[in-house]
Write a protein that binds this ligand. Sequence first.
Ligand SMILES: Cc1cc2nc3c(=O)[nH]c(=O)nc-3n(C[C@H](O)[C@H](O)[C@H](O)COP(=O)(O)OP(=O)(O)OC[C@H]3O[C@@H](n4cnc5c(N)ncnc54)[C@H](O)[C@@H]3O)c2cc1C
Length: 508
Amino acid sequence: MSKKFHIAIVGAGTTTLFLLHELLSLDDCALSRIVLTIFEATADAGAGFAFSKDAVHPDLLSNNAPEEIPDLLTSYIDWKKTCDTTSQSNRKVERRADVGLFFKHNYQAILAQLTQRGLSVYQRRAVIQDLEKAEQGYRLYADDWLTDSFDRVFINIGRERAAPPLKGTEYPYPTSHYSAKAYRHYNVIGSSLTAVDCVVGIANKKGNFCSSNEALTFSSHTDWYIRLFSSHGVFPRVWYPSDDKRYFSAYLRRLSNQHYQTVDEAYKSLLLPALKAHTPSIFLQVSHMSFDQMLTFLAGNEKSIDPWQKLQTELTSTASEYSQWPVILEAFLETIEFSNLSGEHRNKNEDDTLHALIAFHTAALPYESCLKLNALHNAGRLEVISRHIDEDELAGNTREDSVYIDGTGVLPAINKSLTAEKIKQALKVSGFHFSSNNRTPGERDFELLCDGKPSGVYLGSAYLQPDRWNTPGLDTCKEIAQSLRKSIEQTLYPKQKIRLPFQIKVPN
Ligand SMILES: Cc1cc2nc3c(=O)[nH]c(=O)nc-3n(C[C@H](O)[C@H](O)[C@H](O)COP(=O)(O)OP(=O)(O)OC[C@H]3O[C@@H](n4cnc5c(N)ncnc54)[C@H](O)[C@@H]3O)c2cc1C
């Protein structure tokens, strides 16, 4: 009888959902050789944090048009047709709550199919706190008890959930924690995606948006307002489902030679020519700059702009060079992530400034959320204050009618959760490096190296991968899941080394 492989997956979010879907492509014989244990900290298996009940209340939007949500057992559009029609609307992007329901439904249905076809699956509701090397494989600390050992461990825990919010502030999610209370002054720190979730969450609880004559207005009977504090003082650009990142990704992959040594080399040979072809006036401004200089320069251009004027212009104008170049940047980052830079590899965890700049340029808000921000501003409920807020100021807030919320991207902590640092300590490595295990160019392997050798531990969380600069989305989860499935296949059926039975003589 062939050996059974014991595989642990930590975290049952989006990447794990896509991985389970990928496993459906294995034959029944392969499936019967796997014993899979999935550890999930919450009751929301399948949704992941972004689409879980904590992050979707009450009407927060995804960045995905229906056709951009990857298919699972059915397409999202077909699944939506089978749902209660009252939840249908003419929104351009989907509610995160609806996407979460789609994911949870698929998670259960896929597990049922896998089990029926011979896969042994155990689901454990537990927080994984740490891992340690065992004689064979790894053991996990789950809620203070130690598991049996696993041959392979897949760490799909999403964004790290150990950091506290800024001192004197509340976590951004769930928004009901503060929106349901009778505060008069809401102070949100940040002006990007999480901060906008906080604003929309508060507004939806306190009043009503009303659409009349194609304009959105806001009304509320109580006295409150929101101040957003951010050092750059502008919102991310308006995102339309028509943003054609796929076109630019295909274009850049055709142009890419896959062998760049450094980000700057790829910038000069790949991004600059793309900017020249598609956004010539941006190219003229930045062509003599390095990658970092270009990002800093273009971010600086935005600081002098009034946020409301910028929002108005973007809401009313069609795609321009200004709105196109961040899409090209995103596609560029995706291309070099795939191509595995072969030389110097900049590490995003050690390069906070560059990472923040990239996040600033590539973030984009759904059109509908921008209309809501505009309506709140017109109703005198929302202002943006362009300044950095420090800890002393937060500590000095003693007003009972005022609350500060950390909207800079920190997520509610999971007590004692596994972190990148703990993984490094368990593997005794100072940084994360991946194996290149028999992959063809353009493909990646997410198995971590330990002493230069494949460790059996895979980092499926895009947020923890040091060389991933783009903000991960559903496409990223799907791409990582495909790679993880290939790794499982290689474990089950290691490639036989082909031995030639005789020496081939090369004719002179
Ligand atoms: C607020 C927010 C909104 C987003 N909106 C969008 C969007 O609209 N469109 C889009 O494409 N992308 C969006 N994203 C990005 C998207 O969520 C991520 O790309 C993707 O969900 C990450 O998948 P994951 O599987 O790595 O992590 P997650 O989906 O977050 O799953 C991680 C899972 O691991 C569990 N977990 C964590 N730690 C432990 C532990 N120690 N032990 C056991 N279980 C653990 C968590 O409970 C969770 O279920 C958003 C992200 C956030 C944070």
